[in-house]
Design a protein around this ligand. Sequence first.
Ligand code: SAH
Ligand code: SF4
Length: 405
Amino acid sequence: MVLTIDQPSAAPDAASPAEKPSLAGLGRDGLRAALAEAGVPEKQLRMRVNQLYSWLYVRGVADFEAMTDVAKELRAELGRRYTLARPQIVNEQISVDGTRKWLLRLPSLGRGKAPEIETVYIPEAARGTLCISSQVGCTLNCTFCHTGTQRLVRNLTAQEIVGQILLARDRIGDWQGAELPDDGHLLPTTDRKITNIVLMGMGEPLYNFDNVKAAMELAADGEALSVSKRRITLSTSGIVPEIARWGAETGTSLAISLHAVRDELRDELVPINRKYPIAELLEACRNYPVLSNARRITFEYVMLKGVNDSLAEARELVRLLAGIPAKINLIPFNPWPGAPYECSDWEQIERFAEVVNKAGYASPVRTPRGRDIYAACGQLRSESVKQRASERVAAADAASSGNGA
Ligand code: SAH
Ligand code: SF4
């Protein structure tokens, strides 16, 4: 059973630029500017920023009045000027396996309709992974990826990227002293319920470098969200020039969407390969600044029936990765309406995995999670797109009946 909670769209103005701005998700610089604007004297700014920063990102408060060590008048002034609102939830779904997916509406920033993104939480017994989006849509057109069929609408701001984490923590009670949801769905037994963050939602994170970097700095900051850098993983389709820079500037873990072992096929599946072919990509991996046996790069390989799943390709994969501290994730292809591929047969995935295992890789086959709510890799946005398609049909029906047809 899928549980869907439609949030009343009580805050349609959350998408309107006329709304009071939210401070939730801002870094120290942004908070400093907002406090200065609210009249906090220069010599108090540092102390006030620290107070706010801690209330926002250690305690997760969503109300200025809860900030008991901030002077009453200042709390009132902040409340007059700002909010602590998170991105607006349009829809929340919980899968039978405990996976939670949120459809979020963002401000249009003056460019047409308010865009929507998705954030997914995947609980396991001993860890909880939050999969976040970095862009609305994607400029790249990987042929097996549903996000890739949508044009890029815009980059997310750093505040919107952090906002996804705040909102997820709100919904699963992952703040100091907060209550866990009592809906009976799986949560990890760990102290923190979000132990890992993966940039594997919508978009190519290295094409929104600065905002993703600022957001991950806040996520990793021990005085803010405190998710260790090694438990933050950026997944990229292979933007070679940005890989070294990302590693040097942030030191997070890295995942590469490889999916093919020959350029000819990868050119087709992951078209950015025409610009940055496999040999260059693997060279960038070998040189990744934070690479060791304890910090391996994850290579993602989506299993497409009759396309990239032969045993010869499994052997070639192992040969290609020799010498790189690597993990291999075989991902069963998650279908979406109109997709030009099928998932490999289970026996073939197992045979493929056996070749990889024999070469010394643990290579877990990643069990698709949240498939019933379209939350699995590469399926993001599909449900909302379907809804829009049906809206279009309804609109067309209404129009044609209006025409007396
Ligand atoms: N743009 C980045 C991150 C987002 S995609 C990237 O491409 O790495 C996250 C992962 O999901 C990538 O490995 C992507 O290749 C994979 N993926 C996309 N569509 C998929 C599908 N339909 N089934 C399984 N995995 C898919
Ligand atoms: Fe974009 Fe990644 Fe999808 Fe490719 S797989 S289209 S890079 S989101």
